[in-house]
Write a protein that binds this ligand. Structure first.
Ligand SMILES: Nc1ncnc2c1ncn2[C@@H]1O[C@H](COP(=O)(O)OP(=O)(O)OP(=O)(O)O)[C@@H](O)[C@H]1O
Length: 259
């Protein structure tokens, strides 16, 4: 058990894939609010998000999610009921209607069936409840995905590139919504510009380093998958600067998980 109620606590935590560090061992905390994580394609945003979702293991250091240190599959199972994770493509839902998709998620999450319709109303999806997810425009489709991953009222929501494919107006409407779905929301995007201005913090993942974006930060260059990481960090590395609180005490501590 990690004696820290931050949503995400990493200490010397590193993630590898395909023989390279996507995140070199680093210390950082994510305490609440909407946190953006930007990075060029192939830098590892999706892999890191899946690691926070406890679907992938980390390869160095310790990782605490919502007060639980993730050391085993058992630890992961214990905390997954408090996480909502929406991958960039949720193609397996395409044959479902919106109501079926959210109802199935409620069943899978073991919450009362009434939670589904309530979430549809909350995300203004009642009018399209009987429409197949595949037939929805991108913005409504994303709201359907949000409804499904938030039906159990998670404490931590992880969204992989939710704004991709949306118009500026659609993205604006959604960004206002995203801050309301959970105490802590992590959102990825390819470009910092998609996140700056509405996220409480923006982190940049580039060449194995996670840095905090500031107005003075350089925009990360495009990065190919095979390019080796440099020996020294190019920006302001997050070790150990990611402790800036975003919103005062936003975490809802459920299940007695934080001690
Ligand atoms: N199926 C796979 N098998 C092996 N290696 C993979 C696979 N998918 C990704 N990788 C490796 O992991 C790296 C990070 O991929 P990941 O999808 O996490 O990056 P990303 O930043 O989310 O990219 P994108 O924005 O394109 O989704 C890739 O550059 C690649 O080296």
């Amino acid at each position: 058990m990690i004696a820290d109620c931050s949503a995400i606590v990493a200490r010397g935590m590193g993630v590898r894939r395909a023989g390279r560090w996507l995140l070199r061992p680093a210390d950082f905390d994510v305490t609440g609010g909407v946190i953006g994580m930007a990075g060029p394609p192939g830098t590892g945003k999706s892999t890191l998000l899946a690691t926070f979702a406890t679907l992938r293991r980390h390869h160095a250091g310790t990782l605490g999610i919502l007060g639980h240190e993730i050391r085993s599959a058992r630890d992961a199972r214990a905390i997954r009921s408090r996480i909502g994770y929406l991958p960039a493509d949720f193609w397996w839902t395409q044959g479902f209607t919106v109501a079926e998709f959210v109802a199935y998620s409620a069943y899978y999450r073991r919450v009362p069936a009434s939670a589904g319709p309530a979430m549809l109303r909350r995300l203004e999806l009642a009018d399209v409840a009987e429409v197949e997810v595949a037939l929805l425009p991108p913005e409504a489709r994303l709201r359907a995905g949000l409804a499904a991953v938030c039906v159990h009222e998670p404490d931590l929501v992880l969204l992989d590139e939710p704004l991709t494919g949306l118009t500026g107006g659609e993205a604006d409407a959604l960004t206002a919504l995203l801050g309301t779905v959970a105490p802590t929301v992590v959102v990825t995007a390819r470009r910092v510009e998609e996140l700056a201005g509405w996220c409480d913090r923006v982190l940049v993942l580039s060449r194995g380093r996670l840095t905090e974006h500031t107005a003075a930060s350089p925009v990360p260059a495009e990065e190919g998958p095979a390019r080796p990481a440099p020996a020294e960090p190019a920006g302001r590395a997050v070790q150990p600067v990611l402790e800036r609180p975003i919103r005062p005490a936003p975490l809802i501590v459920g299940s007695g998980a934080c001690v």
